[in-house]
Every structure is written in C-alpha cells, then in structure tokens.
Design a protein around this ligand. Structure first.
Ligand SMILES: Nc1ncnc2c1ncn2[C@@H]1O[C@H](COP(=O)(O)OP(=O)(O)OP(=O)(O)O)[C@@H](O)[C@H]1O
Ligand SMILES: [Mg+2]
Length: 138
C-alpha cells in the first residue's frame, strides 16, 4: 500500500535535522537497509538545503512543501518551492579529479542527489512553482 506524508516547512536550516529523522523513519518502513537510508537522507538534506539557501534565501517567512510517498522498496520525494529560478542543466558535474585546493567550494549537492537516487527530475508547474522529484528503489 502506498503511503504519503506532506509537510510545509519554513526556509530555516534548523528544520533539517527533523527532516533527516522523518526520512529515516520512512526508509525503515519502506524496508531500506541502513546504507540505502543514508543515501535517502543525504539526498533529502542536500535538496532541502538548496531550497532553503538558494531558492528561498533563508527567509523563514517563506515556506516550501515536502511530500514523501513510499511503498515497500520504493521512496519518492518531492520538494515544491517558488523561489529563485534554477536551471539544473546549467550545473556541471564537479571535477572530482582536480586537486582539492583547485576545486571550487560547493557544487556537490546536485551531483550527490543524482548519484544516490534512481530518478531525479526538476520541472516547473503551470504556476511557475519549482518541483524537484526524486525516487529511490531498494
Ligand atoms: N532549489 C534551488 N533554487 C535555486 N538555485 C538552486 C537550487 N538548487 C541548486 N541551485 C543552484 O545550483 C547550484 C548547485 O547546487 P549544489 O547543491 O550542487 O551546490 P551548492 O549548494 O552551491 O554547494 P554544496 O556543495 O554545499 O551543496 C547552487 O549553487 C545554486 O546556484
Ligand atoms: Mg547545495
């Protein structure tokens, strides 16, 4: 049976720990092992951090919606946010071979999300709300 949770959170990094706990609970209910749960927690943390910092500029009066749906062996996460426009195709994969001191700071979040999740999709709905949808199968 497919289950669903929906939350509205303010653009405040203080809520990330709670989101990590929620992801852990859902991961266990979906039958994921600890490594898989860690991947889901990493992806949700990076994606929500981006929404809070880049999308909503850490303005706690602005909110985003987090929707988590799961069934056995599958978790789907959606983040709905109407902040700063973002073209994910414009982000380049980080150069992981470059010497550490030559690498730019940041730019790893989107890369990690794509790496650990099976499906990642950014789109804008008809009202211009940005939707990030990501899915992981066991
Ligand atoms: N939800 C978002 N809204 C607007 N811009 C975004 C969003 N998510 C990502 N971006 C843009 O894409 C860039 C790359 O994001 P990414 O998470 O890969 O790196 P970062 O956040 O800059 O650094 P870090 O490695 O700490 O995550 C960001 O710098 C930002 O410009
Ligand atoms: Mg980031």
């Amino acid at each position: 049976m497919r289950q669903r949770l929906s939350f509205e959170f303010p653009a405040n990094t203080g809520i990330l720990a709670k989101i990590g706990e929620i992801a852990g609970d859902v991961g266990r209910k979906a039958g994921f092992d600890n490594v898989e749960i860690g991947d889901v927690q990493l992806a949700i943390d990076e994606a929500c951090t981006n929404t809070i910092i880049h999308g909503l500029k850490k303005d706690p009066s602005r909110i985003f919606r987090l929707i988590i749906q799961w069934q056995k062996n599958e978790i789907e996460i959606q983040i709905h946010e109407s902040g700063e426009p973002f073209d994910p195709n414009a982000t380049r994969d980080p150069d992981l071979k470059a010497p550490l001191e030559e690498r730019p700071i940041g730019g790893l979040g989107v890369y990690f999300v794509r790496k650990v999740m099976d499906e990642v999709e950014y789109r804008n709905d008809e009202k211009g709300i940005k939707i990030l949808r990501m899915l992981k199968r066991k």
